[in-house]
Design a protein around this ligand. Structure first.
Ligand code: NAG
Length: 424
């Protein structure tokens, strides 16, 4: 009897190991535990230009109709290392309450950045993911709506001995292309927006938001949540706005529902190959989901995953480069850009250190020509030991000619957005 019990326990243990060992191996690879720099291969010869006044800009979007890049920056190098809830850093809510990041427009030819002046907005702004969509009521390329995550500190007093909390929300802005200001339309909050990371707008009133963690602050459970891929404790939430303005409170006219769950460490969102395609990353598991949204105007908002691909590093904000010079599938250079930090294993130490190093890797993934969409050609388009850019969380490609493109990379703790020419 006893030996039968032992055998059952042994079988169960073996089974556990059998399922857990590959997960651990994968986590060690993706989090770059044994990755060492300098790598000295990809990208080291490329000449890099740093764009002035682009401090700690986590997200970057190429608005194709205007040809401009949009980003949200902290602007002040001091704040991010004292307050950044997505990295579990809730160290200094007083600094956060006074910090004031901004939305920048980058001219991708002149490599210049302009801070837009806020109209109608004087609160704190702790920047993270954004989305930029054309204003559908105006001719294409005339104006944009910009949604931005804002990691405000929770204003309720912190109890003795407790960690501070964030009370993150979204801000919605409107910007007329070519002007130097950006108008605040409203703030957006709902209890389902808990740990927002990135935002995807299908229309100005129908948006998707990712929550990147279940546990907040500094805790063992949060560390487990990062490294254990079975910890599918996060989601993508759909937000419906009944009206844009005027509103008195951030929750006015806001309804929400879970559109995709459960997901491990849900992170960046990007627009895909069609109006209904959404790119969804699972950061610490190095996974990109290519997924489909219901058609505009549908009353069902759930997301359906159509394809999943993996790379050997963290995947932050994914984006899609649509080759404007493609004439046939054979010469089509279109592909997905997957930027991320390549030694996430050391992020817990570096995230509070202004002098820390966070090496980066940017993957470029193309569907294999002439093959089914499930086959991918994955290459490293940029890699750095943190000497030219510290951290990478977003990237964009802009075609220069048939063989070359300009790659822009930015990070949540990068001193500047960088630009470099790449062969495609
Ligand atoms: C939408 O997805 C959520 C999360 O997976 C699920 O709980 C819900 O039942 C789905 N709703 C519909 C209408 O399918």
């Amino acid at each position: 009897m006893r030996s039968a019990v032992y055998s059952i326990v042994a079988v169960l243990l073996a089974y556990q190991l059998y399922t857990i060992v590959p997960l651990i191996q994968r986590a060690v690879t993706v989090l770059g535990v044994f990755r060492s720099y300098p790598e000295g291969d990809v990208g080291t010869k490329q000449q890099v230009t740093s764009i002035p006044d682009t401090t700690h800009c986590e997200d970057l979007h190429h608005h194709i109709p205007s040809g401009l890049l949009f980003t949200a920056c902290e602007d002040d190098a001091a704040t991010r290392f004292q307050w950044f809830p997505p990295l579990g850093n809730l160290g200094n809510p007083e600094v956060a309450a006074k910090s004031r990041g901004s939305i920048h427009v980058i001219d991708p030819k002149g490599l210049e950045s302009r801070r837009l002046k806020f109209e109608n907005f004087d609160g704190a702004f702790i920047t993270h993911g954004i989305d930029v969509i054309d204003d559908p009521e105006l001719p294409t390329g005339q104006a944009v709506y910009i949604f931005a995550v804002n990691h405000l500190p929770d204003p309720t007093p912190i109890l003795e001995g407790k960690e501070a909390k964030a009370r993150s929300q979204l801000e919605l802005f409107h910007h007329t292309i070519g002007t130097d200001s950006i108008k605040h339309i409203r703030s957006i909050w709902h209890p389902l927006i808990r740990t927002p990371n990135d935002v995807y707008a299908q229309t100005p009133t129908s948006i998707y938001v990712t929550n990147d963690h279940y546990y907040t602050g500094h805790s063992v459970m949060r560390m487990l949540e990062d490294v254990y891929y079975g910890a599918k404790w996060t989601d993508t939430v759909h937000i419906k706005l009944e009206f844009l303005s005027p509103v008195k409170t951030s929750d006015a006219g806001v309804t929400a529902s879970v559109a995709l769950a459960p997901i491990h460490n849900n992170n960046g969102l990007g627009h895909g190959r069609s109006e209904e395609e959404i790119l969804i990353s699972q950061a610490a598991s190095g996974v990109l989901h290519i997924a489909q949204l219901p058609f505009k105007g549908s009353t069902d908002y759930n997301i359906t995953i159509s394809d999943t691909l993996e790379v050997e590093s963290v995947v932050d904000n994914p984006s899609y480069f649509s080759d404007p010079l493609a004439t046939s599938p054979v010469d089509d250079r279109s592909g997905f850009l997957l930027p991320g930090i390549s030694k996430a294993a050391t992020l817990a130490e570096t995230s509070r250190d202004p002098a820390g190093k966070d090496p980066v890797i940017v993957y470029y993934v193309k569907p294999v020509a002439g093959k089914k969409a499930q086959e991918w050609d994955t290459s490293v388009i940029f890699e750095d030991d943190s000497s030219r850019i510290r951290s990478a969380s977003a990237a964009a490609l802009i075609s220069l000619d048939k063989n070359r493109a300009r790659l822009f990379v930015t990070g949540f703790v990068s001193a500047n957005v960088i630009a470099l020419e790449v062969d495609l």
